[in-house]
Design a protein around this ligand. Structure first.
Ligand code: ATP
Length: 363
């Protein structure tokens, strides 16, 4: 076992707080972004805290890639201050008496030079905060403060970055501003991120892997695109339910201001994007934006119609059915009325056409 290259994060926690019990045994990828998603009180923050070692919980096992940080059975416990992790909270906790540069250097200085794997210049460029270096924290906007907090966490060359609802305190405009930085961080740094969120939108945009929590238990863990369309899970139901589709940008149509992308099920047109031809993109198709038809329609304003097969049907809100679809290997969801479902005589295996009204490129 010891000479085996481990590239996973393994976490086993058994924690009791009065009536609340957290009992999880997780293996998640040692790279990319993993979102912990679930209702309030489901144990998301408790998992992050347990990873920090701030409290020592009996029966814990925690290994980050090839490093075991805690194994109670073997008597291993790495103290918090020795765990190379970055932690970003909902509200940026910068040192108020230090300017931005000193805040960043403070984190960096704790790390011996030989252990530094991320340069300050790289972090500053990544989060675009070069122009803020001389500012005091109280003179930063909420979004800027959060970018500095992320930079400070990264400047310590962590082996893992823990983020606890880092956008929750920001208004929608600031959230939108900071999102590209989080996506860049994901693309450019090889540091695994565990990201706590309540927001299906953040999860869809950022997470490669998703861990669904409820009442201190894991109810699902897997690739985000796969879990979001699993009809046995709550996340694939309701108004926010959507499919994430991997696609490639294939053309721009300047005359009609459209961009076309290709996925396994065919081509999709969407309002013109900045993306370059050949670029891989993640596209979101919301279940409520998909209608179904048994014959291909040509007298319709809907541009995107793809052939698909029904894989399963599941009751949704009153009078609504969530239909799972397979479009030549890509999972899609359609939320339709029970009345239409009966009228169309939908059953698993039926071939039909999905008419897609709204599509968004997420990254
Ligand atoms: N230090 C503590 N002492 C006692 N109970 C705690 C402690 N920390 C958390 N809890 C309880 O554990 C449960 C899970 O809390 P946790 O903060 O992990 O949930 P969460 O999923 O992060 O919720 P939210 O989305 O609201 O932040 C809650 O019932 C909470 O009251």
């Amino acid at each position: 076992m010891s000479d085996m290259q481990m590239t996973d994060i393994r976490a086993r926690f058994n924690i009791s707080y009065g009536n609340f019990k957290l009992d999880v045994d997780l293996t998640i990828p040692g790279h990319g972004v993993t979102a912990l998603f679930g209702p309030s009180g489901s144990g998301k923050t408790t998992i992050l805290r347990a990873m920090t070692g701030i409290e020592r919980f009996a029966g814990t096992y925690l290994a980050i890639n090839d490093e075991v940080w805690q194994d109670d059975a073997a008597g291993i416990f790495l103290h918090t201050y020795k765990r190379p992790l970055g932690y970003v909270f909902q509200e940026a906790s910068l040192f108020a008496h230090l300017n931005v540069r000193r805040n960043l250097e403070y984190g960096m200085r704790r790390i011996p030079e030989a252990a530094r794997r991320v340069s300050l210049d790289h972090v500053v460029a990544l989060l675009d905060i070069g122009h803020l270096m001389a500012r005091q924290p109280e003179k930063l906007s909420g979004g800027e403060r959060q970018r500095v907090a992320i930079a400070r966490a990264l400047a310590t060359s962590p082996r893992i970055l823990l983020m606890d609802e880092p956008l929750a305190a920001l208004d929608p405009k600031r959230k939108e501003e900071i999102m590209p930085y989080l996506q860049r961080l994901h693309d450019e740094l090889d540091i695994p991120v565990v990201y706590v969120s309540h927001s299906p939108d953040e999860v869809a945009r950022l997470a490669d892997h998703l861990v669904l929590l409820d009442g201190g238990k894991v109810v699902g863990s897997g690739a985000t695109a796969e879990l979001m369309t699993r009809l046995d899970l709550d996340v694939a139901h309701g108004d926010a339910a959507s499919a994430l589709v991997s696609a490639t940008v294939v053309a721009h149509d300047a005359e009609y201001h459209l961009t076309s992308v290709e996925f396994s099920g065919g081509r999709l047109l969407l309002p013109q994007q900045q993306a370059t031809i050949g670029q891989s993109v993640r596209v979101r198709i919301q279940a409520r934006d998909v209608s179904l038809s048994l014959a291909p329609q040509c007298d319709t304003s809907i541009l995107n119609i793809v052939a698909a097969t029904v894989t399963e049907l599941s009751a949704d809100a009153a009078g609504q059915v969530m239909v799972g679809l397979d479009a030549n290997g890509t999972r899609l969801l359609a939320r339709i009325t029970c009345k239409s479902c009966v009228a169309m005589d939908l059953v698993a295996g039926k071939s039909l056409y999905a008419q897609i009204k709204g599509i968004a490129i997420l990254k």
